[in-house]
Design a binder for this molecule. Sequence first.
Ligand SMILES: Nc1nc2c(ncn2[C@@H]2O[C@H](COP(=O)(O)OP(=O)(O)OP(=O)(O)O)[C@@H](O)[C@H]2O)c(=O)[nH]1
Ligand SMILES: [Mg+2]
Length: 182
Amino acid sequence: MANLKIVVGGHFGAGKTTLIKGLSQVKPILTEAKLSGFGEDKEVYPEKTTTTVGSEWGKLTIGSLALHLFGIPGQSRFSFVWDSIGIGAKGYIFLIDSTKPNLWEDTMEQIDFFMERHPAPFIIAANKQDLPEAKPLEEIKYFDFGSYNVPIVLISALKNINTQELIKKLLEEVIKHERKNK
Ligand SMILES: Nc1nc2c(ncn2[C@@H]2O[C@H](COP(=O)(O)OP(=O)(O)OP(=O)(O)O)[C@@H](O)[C@H]2O)c(=O)[nH]1
Ligand SMILES: [Mg+2]
């Protein structure tokens, strides 16, 4: 069985934990803690009660391939663990909350961070597309996500919409990369 480390990144509240929970075929290891209720976190997500404070893990098997999904804590105050989570990454999924363009820049900063330290193929997952206020693909591309020239997949991690397609697209990118570097 071949093992593949995939890192799941994205800004605070983008849906990383929800995606790992939804995709994992084994009981995921989550590191969520109660939000303190202080600071700006509550302003962007008033309904959010927990946040990830360490690395998270879930696993799914596709044929003879085991995908190990490692989730990062989204808040930049925990960014000191990002570097170690990126070690050995063979691919990345970077999430955005499609309803909150004011947070998208944070995901872009993470992309820069990880590509500088542990470069590997990545794709963008535009999450929460089940919500009526979700921005369409054109707007997401226009925000500069289009400039990365990588697939942008519209998903709902909560409702498990298009998440299998997301994994398929990611694997395509990883395989393309491996072939190029042979
Ligand atoms: N409607 C909708 N809500 C979602 C979706 N994905 C996640 N959420 C909600 O968004 C909130 C944040 O989701 P999390 O999975 O905790 O996000 P996260 O990226 O892990 O957040 P941090 O670890 O704090 O950075 C939760 O209330 C989720 O239920 C989705 O696809 N649709
Ligand atoms: Mg989380």
